[in-house]
Design a protein around this ligand. Structure first.
Ligand code: HPA
Length: 279
């Protein structure tokens, strides 16, 4: 049998994080490519470098700094992951999602996931935000599911329900927050692929035909583990590049990071509004 992340490793990691922070966070927040500056708005932060946490996967990607920023945002105790790892970096999929397990053992109850994503819906423009209402787990369908291996019964059942992956109440709060802040918030289905190569025009037409609105290389494994352990989940994609369904443009990591700068202020107001109404 292959080796999988164990409860003992998860608990050792959770213990190490607890020892370095002074608050008891209730909300986890994962920041995607180019969205890291959002962490700068956390008040009185305890900052923990991923290098200093045992077992924690460290990102190798430009645009992902690797640290936890733990403190208050709109009166809520939050743990912000400034940077995440992806399957394509070479980690096993349960290593990629170890931070979610650690959050669960630390008593975190809600997870906000963000990502940079490519538009598959032709109506989306770079710089737009999309509230994730559901996802397509293509990686999981191909066998790369973070719940593969012995079930960790402490978190949830062998065959977890995924019919309501994205919390209906949080979706409603996000809609209201966007409205109040005057932000145009799209809604749609996110597909998680392995990457790291971007999609061909044929890939994109296939995904569009399957009902996909935005495509990225993260989030879905994290949400799968989050739901297994019963976290309430809200997800937002920052659209960083247009759907290239006809092959007329190219996609680069630089444009992904550039679009991040446009999206950060919008994402900050959206999240602040949601956190305020949770209080
Ligand atoms: N495809 C996949 N992942 C991405 C993209 C994309 O076009 N943009 C940002 N992340």
């Amino acid at each position: 049998m292959e080796q999988f992340v164990t409860l003992a490793e998860i608990d050792a990691t959770a213990q190490a994080v607890r020892a370095k922070i002074t608050t008891q966070p209730k909300i986890g927040l994962i920041l995607g490519s180019g969205l890291g500056p959002l962490a700068d708005t956390v008040e009185n932060p305890d900052i923990v470098s991923y290098d200093d946490i045992p077992n924690w996967p460290v990102s190798t990607v430009i645009g992902h700094s690797g640290r936890l920023v733990v403190g208050k945002l709109e009166g809520q105790d939050v743990l912000v992951m400034q940077g995440r790892t992806h399957y394509y970096e070479g980690y096993s999929i349960d290593q990629v999602t170890l931070p979610i397990r650690v959050m669960q053992r630390m008593g975190i109850e809600m997870l906000v996931v963000t990502n940079a994503a490519g538009a598959v819906n032709p109506n989306f423009e770079p710089g737009d935000l999309m509230l994730i209402t559901d996802h397509l787990n293509l990686l999981g369908m191909a066998g790369v599911n973070p719940l593969r291996g012995p079930n960790l019964d402490e978190f949830g059942p062998r065959f977890p329900d995924m019919s309501r992956a994205y919390d209906a109440d949080l979706i409603e709060l996000a809609r209201k927050s966007a409205k109040n802040a005057g932000i145009n918030l799209h809604e749609g289905v996110y597909v998680g692929l392995a990457g790291p190569s971007f999609e061909t025009p044929a890939d994109l037409r296939f995904l569009r035909a399957m009902g996909v609105d935005a495509v990225g290389m993260s989030t879905v494994p994290e949400v799968t583990v989050a739901r297994h352990g019963n976290l309430r989940v809200m997800g937002v994609s920052g659209i960083s590049n247009k759907a290239n369904l006809d092959g007329s443009t190219i996609t680069t990591h630089e444009e992904v990071l550039e679009a991040g700068q446009v999206m950060v202020p919008k994402l900050v107001s959206l999240l602040r509004g949601v956190l305020q109404t949770l209080a």
